[in-house]
Design a protein around this ligand. Structure first.
Ligand code: NAP
Length: 340
């Protein structure tokens, strides 16, 4: 490992990080004192100011995905470059940056991240608020990938967004509109969340029970062209019935922690497509596309085309953020102020 430049080390090279050592409810989360990471070749370390909290981290914490223990959560961070590893060009210590920390560790005072997932907040991005940028990284990038690469959205189409009031949902509604969708219908679990979501560009926001009628009315019975499904559960089985001929059902999450089974003949019998999107998978298999979507996402937010509503909490309130997400009490995005 070669470190070409580094800010003065913090006393004792220690830092605070969110950590869990066993799977379970939000009480397994804690703030631990650990050694500051050093950048490996191809990496930067970032002195983090703001770090987003994602539903994916709820799933990691519950043990819904196999992650090693102890686990250090955090898939996105904004701050300044602390140290630049070998074979990294284009970054200097002190640069203000936003980073997708897909290996985890973003909910910490310092994170090590591959330089390919780091964007300098300069030029058109210079005015981007740090907390907003942290809240945009995963959610807006995902919304863009789900609508375009997986969902193949075309102008004039009807889009349904489940979990409409959430981080990805509010971004997806705005992007669907700007990408040319004619009708965008949101679905959420409470009237209060529906009222919140309506400000994000939906033509209507309804409950899960009301969706079938709403789609029929809005499309004259033709059905929706695209349904964005991060919810899973029994509702997933009903999505095909909402689709127009050749409609697309994009699956990119499973908040209900309950999946369903489709037979291989299902798309054939129903004239529909099942598609999927996974941010980590795109990073591994189509890194240039991920980078393009990441930059486009931040640009859309910087120019005001996508509004990200962030609630900023101190680092130790990460437990509260998980509770709100998990109990369906959340709206918008939760971002940790790591220095607070
Ligand atoms: N595939 C990827 O690469 C990728 C990347 C980012 C996010 N995601 C997924 O996209 C979704 C949105 O992520 P986010 O961070 O923005 O979260 P979020 O939408 O802010 O919060 C999750 C939402 O899921 C809905 N939900 C439905 N059933 C639920 C249940 N049984 N328990 C809890 N929530 C339930 C809730 O909305 P309602 O109450 O309105 O239903 C809840 O607010 C998540 O499922 C996440 O895993 C996937």
């Amino acid at each position: 490992m070669t470190t070409t430049a580094q800010t003065p080390a913090t006393p004792g090279h220690r830092m605070r990080t969110v950590r869990f050592e066993s799977f379970g409810d939000p009480s397994v989360l804690g703030v631990a004192d650990v050694a500051v990471p050093e950048p490996e070749s191809g990496q930067l370390t970032v002195d983090v100011q703001y770090a987003g909290v994602n539903f994916a981290e709820v799933m990691f914490r519950r043990g819904q995905f196999p992650v090693d223990l102890p686990h250090f959560p955090g898939l996105e961070a904004v701050g300044t470059v602390r140290a630049v590893g070998g074979d990294v060009t284009g970054f200097e210590v002190g640069d203000r940056v936003a980073a997708l920390t897909l290996g985890g560790g973003g909910n910490a005072e310092v994170v090590a991240v591959g330089a390919e997932h780091v964007v300098r907040l300069d030029g058109d991005l210079a005015g981007l608020d740090g907390a907003v940028a942290a809240g945009a990284l995963c959610n807006v990038t995902t919304a863009l990938g789900v609508l375009t690469s997986a969902g193949r959205l075309a102008k004039g189409e009807t889009v349904v967004v489940l979990a409409a009031a959430g981080g990805v949902g509010t971004a997806a509604a705005q992007l669907a509109r700007s990408l040319g969708a004619a009708t965008v219908i949101g679905v959420t679990s409470s009237p209060a969340k529906a009222a919140y979501a309506r400000a994000y560009g939906y033509d209507s926001v309804v409950s899960y029970d009301e969706l079938e009628r709403e789609v029929a009315e809005r499309t004259g019975g033709a059905g929706a062209d695209l349904v964005l499904d991060s919810v899973g559960g029994a509702f997933r089985s009903s999505v095909t019935g909402l689709l127009a001929a050749f409609g697309r059902h994009v699956i990119f999450g499973n908040a209900a922690a309950e999946d369903v089974t489709f037979e291989g003949n299902h798309p054939w019998y129903t004239n529909s497509s099942l598609a999927g999107y996974n941010l980590g998978g795109v990073a591994g298999r189509a890194p240039a596309l991920l980078r393009a979507h990441l930059e486009q996402a931040l640009t859309e937010v910087a120019k005001g085309a996508v509004r990200v509503d962030v609630t900023v909490l101190p680092l130790q309130d990460v437990t509260r953020a998980h509770e709100l997400l998990e109990t369906r009490a959340s709206t918008g995005k939760y971002v940790l102020d790591v220095r607070n």
